[in-house]
Design a protein around this ligand. Structure first.
Ligand SMILES: Cc1cc2nc3c(=O)[nH]c(=O)nc-3n(C[C@H](O)[C@H](O)[C@H](O)COP(=O)(O)OP(=O)(O)OC[C@H]3O[C@@H](n4cnc5c(N)ncnc54)[C@H](O)[C@@H]3O)c2cc1C
Length: 536
């Protein structure tokens, strides 16, 4: 059998005893792993699917201060989220990017545009002025700046700043998983927790390797439940009682061809009164979202969801021809896990807060992470580490900074080397940015290896699939370092190829087969057939 990072980690999961086992590799589990491993705690992480295969790959890709919670007067939450956003901007300057939100307010809306503009000024103040200031925009100025917006019913608008994740949410999450691996975390995807019991002051978690079907046990002092919408289900198998539980709100995004070539978010209020965004996603536009109460976290996109998004966008924009279901390139769907005390429902669903809660059972050394946002992830990582220390588990490097891009000196050195070899001249004309920028953002210090590979063989800088913004050497790197088990892991989560290239184009792309050869070697045929749904 070929030994891979995953197979070696799966073996270690059953052999070693850990201080902490984290169940769930979405954003909450990933930051918990990076924070603990970075502080010297012996930590393991498992996910029943791929890393970030749950909600953390269905978000709006925004790192934002939660401007909409100002309407429900949750100023403390907004203040906290603004601080979290600022911390992310500082730590990840090339990934968490400021972007302008160009907002149109319709006549008859519940607030006047100028009142909302004043709110955005307060929001900017709460954000400690780190972004560009907001500005009021008249209906005429909206028309001039973005002719695609239907201004026939516009009362006016505003422009303010927040941030978005340049690559995508799942890639952002994986970079925390990768960081945790660098610090010695034993992480494996496609390993499911099927049972957990406390025995002689230790947790024994029964796990199943979803790929081989093999079962084994993982021993740890503490257990962190980071199963997102499945936190309650995992607590049930571990016989953990909690005060908090989850309610679910389903959210759908549709991806279509680029609506405007201005790099900004077009913002509206949809027919249900909620914020509605058109967000740049590489060379495409991501539109959403919906907010529907559901009881089952396993959700799919329905025609009703599609029609809601399409009808809103066609009403708010002047598109000729209007968007139809045939315009959809890809879809994203997930549930927001919303933390609520007790078991009951709530009166005002949409207003339900998006705060995270970490509930701790000190007797059994068990943590459950409820709710939360990508934006608040660094705080979740820090809080988990503080709790683990309070539970008496040694945290040897408690003050280590476990997150962030490598420092400016290393970046300057990388950019210098890239410039001296004229790397950016090899950028494919279809790419949205120079190779040097992209390599640094995605791979940090590992990007030096890519330079070396291109020095050896220039064809490694070629795009493998048109419009996919992935070069041959990046796929080689992914094969070694990114624990890609299925082709979908790469196409949907490590990259966003599947979200920005139409399925027909992907299937016909000659580079797809080569990508499979690089990623899976002898199993390429099988993995490709699995991806294309052609298995026998
Ligand atoms: C439509 C939408 C838009 C959003 N937009 C934003 C936004 O713009 N900005 C923002 O900050 N936040 C946003 N959010 C919120 C944010 O995406 C979520 O709060 C966050 O991703 C939740 O992460 P998580 O780690 O708790 O859950 P998940 O990402 O779902 O991770 C849980 C993981 O646990 C695994 N798991 C479950 N059961 C088991 C088991 N038995 N064994 C092993 N593994 C298991 C799952 O496979 C999954 O990978 C949005 C959410 C939605 C739905």
């Amino acid at each position: 059998m070929v030994v891979t990072l995953r197979s070696s980690n799966v073996e270690k999961l059953g052999e070693q005893e850990f201080d902490v086992l984290i169940v769930g590799g979405g954003i909450n589990g990933a930051v918990a792993a990076a924070s603990l491993a970075g502080r010297g705690v012996r930590v393991a992480l498992i996910d029943k699917g791929d890393f970030a295969c749950g909600v953390s790959s269905s978000s709006s890709n925004l790192a934002w201060g939660g401007i909409k919670y100002m309407e429900s007067l949750e100023f403390l939450l907004v203040n906290k989220l603004c601080q979290s956003r600022n911390k992310l901007m500082r730590a990840y300057p090339s990934t968490v990017k400021e972007i302008r939100f160009f907002t149109t307010i319709q006549k008859g809306f519940r607030f006047w545009p100028f009142f909302i503009f004043l709110g955005s000024v307060l929001y900017w103040v709460m954000g400690r002025f780190v972004t560009r200031p907001p500005r009021y925009v008249s209906a005429r100025a909206i028309e001039a700046a973005e002719p695609v917006i239907n201004t026939s019913q516009a009362a006016g608008g505003l422009e303010y700043s927040d941030c978005y994740l340049y690559d995508n949410d799942a890639r952002f999450v994986f970079n925390f998983i990768r960081k945790s691996l660098n610090y010695g975390c034993i992480a494996a995807n496609y390993v499911e927790s099927i049972d957990a019991r406390r025995e002689d002051g230790r947790w024994i978690t029964s796990a199943r390797d979803v790929i081989s079907g093999e079962q084994f046990e993982i021993r740890s002092k503490a257990l962190v439940n980071a199963c997102g919408p499945y936190v309650d289900a995992q607590n049930e198998v571990a016989a953990e009682q909690t005060e908090y539980h989850h309610l679910f709100s389903k959210g759908v995004h549709l991806i279509v061809d680029q609506i405007t070539d201005n790099q900004r978010v077009l913002t509206f209020f949809a027919s249900d009164g909620r914020l509605f965004f058109l967000i740049p996603m590489g060379p495409k536009t991501c539109i959403g979202t919906t907010d529907t109460q559901v009881s089952d976290p396993a959700v799919t996109v329905t025609d009703e969801d599609r029609d809601f998004v399409l009808e809103n966008v066609n009403g708010l924009l002047d598109l000729d021809p209007p968007l139809t279901r045939a315009s959809i390139i890809a879809e994203r769907v997930g549930v927001r896990p919303l933390a609520i005390k007790g078991q009951g429902g709530v009166a005002d669903w949409v207003q339900l807060s998006r705060k995270h809660v970490i509930e701790v059972d000190e007797d059994t050394q068990h943590l459950s992470i409820f709710g939360g946002k990508l934006t608040d992830c660094l705080n979740v990582g820090d809080e988990v580490a503080q709790w683990i220390a309070r539970l008496g588990i040694p945290v040897p490097q408690a003050d280590n900074t476990w997150y962030g891009e490598p420092g400016a000196e290393l970046r300057d050195e990388f950019m210098l080397q890239a410039k001296l070899m004229d790397l950016d001249a090899l950028t494919d004309p279809s790419s949205s940015e120079p190779l040097s920028e992209r390599f640094w953002r995605r791979y940090g210090e590992s990007a030096f290896g890519l330079l070396e590979r291109i020095r050896e063989d220039e064809s490694c800088a070629e795009l493998l699939i048109e419009n996919a913004e992935y070069t041959r050497c990046e796929i080689e790197l992914a094969a070694r370092r990114e624990m890609i088990v299925k082709l979908e892991d790469f196409m949907r989560r490590r990259s966003k190829i599947e979200q920005v290239v139409r399925r027909e184009e992907l299937v016909a792309a000659p580079g797809l087969r080569e990508a499979c050869d690089i990623l899976f070697e002898g199993q390429a045929e099988e993995r490709l057939a699995e991806y294309l749904g052609l298995e026998k």
